[in-house]
Write a protein that binds this ligand. Structure first.
Ligand SMILES: [Zn+2]
Length: 80
């Protein structure tokens, strides 16, 4: 299992929520699920971070680069 935090996955600086998964796809899914929950709670920190991500996603190429960087980060993590 590998561990990444919400912050590492594009969340706000203030969020240290940890996700554990075997694959990057899984951890990405978990962070998105957490994002949805925070959105429902109208958490201001997450809403702000989401706004930044949304702007990034408008450029598919930039978004792709971001995802690949995070995938690399995940791959380089030590197994727990
Ligand atoms: Zn979070």
């Amino acid at each position: 299992m590998k561990k990444m935090t919400c912050k590492q996955l594009g969340g706000p600086e203030t969020c240290d929520k940890e996700f554990r998964a075997e694959t990057f796809e899984e951890i990405k899914e978990m962070s998105m699920q957490h994002g949805k929950e925070m959105f429902q709670k109208q958490d201001q920190n997450h809403l702000q971070a989401m706004q930044v991500m949304k702007e990034k996603m408008q450029d598919p190429q930039e978004m792709q680069i971001w995802v690949e960087e995070k995938r690399k980060e995940f791959d380089e993590l030590a197994e727990e």
